[in-house]
Design a protein. Structure first.
Length: 351
């Protein structure tokens, strides 16, 4: 969705305002102005979006508005207010209209900093990514995607640390900082960003770099980063280990069965042709049981609301009804009866 792309844009590029990237600043301002109508419209669409409540899609405007007011309305409205104010102030500043000398300029700078409030939409990004992961049916693919997302989150954290590391040096009132080193004189803003990113990544690993804090504020920031990196690295390693263990556990039963069959083949000295045919049958049988699970083997399905169970059974068994001309015509006139028949009569069995 468009909102997911725009939120990802803000999360990645807004921290880069810490660097003196005039071209990027122009692009970010242009994107903010161009997307402002979309976010205003999204404010109203969120009030009209239905919600799943105990298996029912609640489309009542009043309940949806109240639910939105209690969740993301304050953040979305604040972002729109800040962007709108910054747009009008920048226009007044460019046209030279400033009844109070310098007041609009100072306010415009404050609003540019206030645009950091858009980073609160990171929570929306996490929520949307969770909804996308729910679309995956394969447990292996789901675990792999979660591992990739954890690595991406680690890179994003390093991106924020790199921008903050440069901001500490740029805003510091200390007479010296790491940017005053002769080695970094004449570097472009993008080259400085790469150097900061390299420094941030080395805090998460035993690697070394030629950047070191030179004043109290930089040393304090470095201490906080090292402690944060210690916690994040421990969490990342434990999560990857847990996901790897989960993937091995998913295939443990099948691996044990294949090992027993191979041991049987070896002990009985069966022919290679027969062994190959048995292995082919095992693979095809395993794929069948892997992809065709019965409802009774998933106890959590029985805890769903009846409305969701009715819809589940309709999607499972309705295609078999529609293969008959009689039931196909009946579905055009009385589909409700067929849906309830699917729910109350049919049940999956292995043959």
């Amino acid at each position: 969705p468009i909102s997911l792309v725009l939120v990802m844009w803000d999360v990645v590029f807004i921290p880069l305002r810490a660097f003196d990237l005039s071209e990027l600043g122009i692009v970010l301002d242009a994107v903010a102005i161009a997307t402002l109508p979309f976010w205003i419209a999204d404010l109203f669409f969120c009030c009209c979006t239905g919600n799943d409540v105990n298996g029912y899609i609640d489309m009542r405007i009043r309940s949806n508005v109240l639910r939105y007011l209690k969740s993301w309305f304050l953040v979305d409205a604040s972002v729109i207010l800040v962007d709108t104010s910054a747009f009008f102030l920048s226009g007044a500043e460019d046209s030279g209209i400033d009844p109070l000398t310098g007041s609009l300029t100072r306010m415009a700078r404050v609003l540019r900093v206030a645009r950091l409030i858009r980073l609160l939409r990171l929570g929306k990004l996490i929520m949307n990514m969770s909804l996308l992961l729910d679309q995956l049916h394969s447990a292996t693919a789901l675990i792999a995607c979660r591992m990739v997302l954890m690595l991406a989150l680690t890179i994003l954290v390093n991106h924020y640390i790199a921008c903050a590391w440069y901001a500490v040096a740029a805003l510091s009132e200390e007479p010296v900082s790491w940017t005053h080193n002769a080695e970094f004189d004449g570097l472009s803003a993008w080259q400085l960003y790469v150097a900061c990113l390299h420094w941030a990544l080395t805090q998460f690993s035993p690697a070394t770099n030629n950047i070191a804090p030179t004043n109290t504020s930089e040393r304090l920031f470095a201490v906080v980063v090292v402690l944060t990196a210690l916690g994040l690295l421990t969490s990342l390693a434990s999560s990857i280990a847990a996901y790897s263990t989960q993937m091995r556990a998913m295939h443990a039963a099948r691996t044990r069965s294949e090992t027993l069959v191979r041991m049987f083949f070896t002990s009985r000295k069966l022919s290679s042709d027969l062994c190959c045919r048995i292995k082919v049958f095992m693979k095809s049988s395993g794929q069948k049981h892997k992809y065709f699970q019965h409802e009774d083997s998933v106890p959590l399905l029985k805890q769903m609301p009846e409305t969701l169970q009715i819809r589940l059974h309709a999607e499972l068994y309705m295609p078999m009804f529609l293969t008959s001309r009689f039931f196909k015509r009946m579905s055009e006139t009385d589909q409700t009866s067929l849906v309830r028949t699917c729910h109350g009569v049919f049940k999956g069995k292995s043959v």
